[in-house]
Design a protein around this ligand. Sequence first.
Ligand code: SF4
Ligand code: SF4
Length: 226
Amino acid sequence: MIVAEQKPLDEIKAMIADYEKILIVGCGTCVTVCFAGGEKEVGILASSLRMATKLDGQNKEFLEATVQRQCEYEYNEEVAEQIKEADVILSLACGIGVQTLTEQFPEKLTLPGLNTTFLGQPTEQGVWAERCQACGDCVLALTGGICPIARCSKSLLNGPCGGSQNGKCEIDPDIDCAWQLIYDRLKALDKLDLMMQIKPVKDWSTGRDGGPRRIVREDLRLEAAS
Ligand code: SF4
Ligand code: SF4
């Protein structure tokens, strides 16, 4: 899922300084699961901002709404009337949700209330960890299902580097060395021969280095057009 966290309150206050009626829009999908931008967080942020702006002597109104998935137009239609009423939108979705609202309601400014951080998974209560960098050419079949791009601090394709110590990464002793994990996993699978295969230089054009990416499914487009 997409993992995000709320921006500091002072930063949000500065962003909304010029507006009186602010609509806070949460998202019911990834950012609800990571407790950053769901209905509950919208309510808490609205209360905090009401209190903080009142203490600052400002007269602002905060409206609240949460849609099921802010990255899709059809769900955002449900808040179209509330958006008309507001001076500005404060989105508690990931950056995709913010940009979807921006495209869909160009007459209103949509501000980001969250910092979108990574694609990850919850590993224990209150902890999320990065698992994928959406490189567009998945190598998990060669690495026992452990991503060297997202989980090795140097994104090495032919690790480990010389700094791995006792299974931990030299960059941060709290991080497992991804290549130690890969070695252990391949050993358990009796597939250590994969460690010995030199992976060629990766073609990063399928990743961000190739510019903004798009997936086009012609069958679905044709179906929608018919
Ligand atoms: S290899 Fe690429 S697509 Fe596969 S998990 Fe890692 S970053 Fe994601
Ligand atoms: S110690 Fe392991 S995870 Fe850290 S940079 Fe080296 S190979 Fe990558």
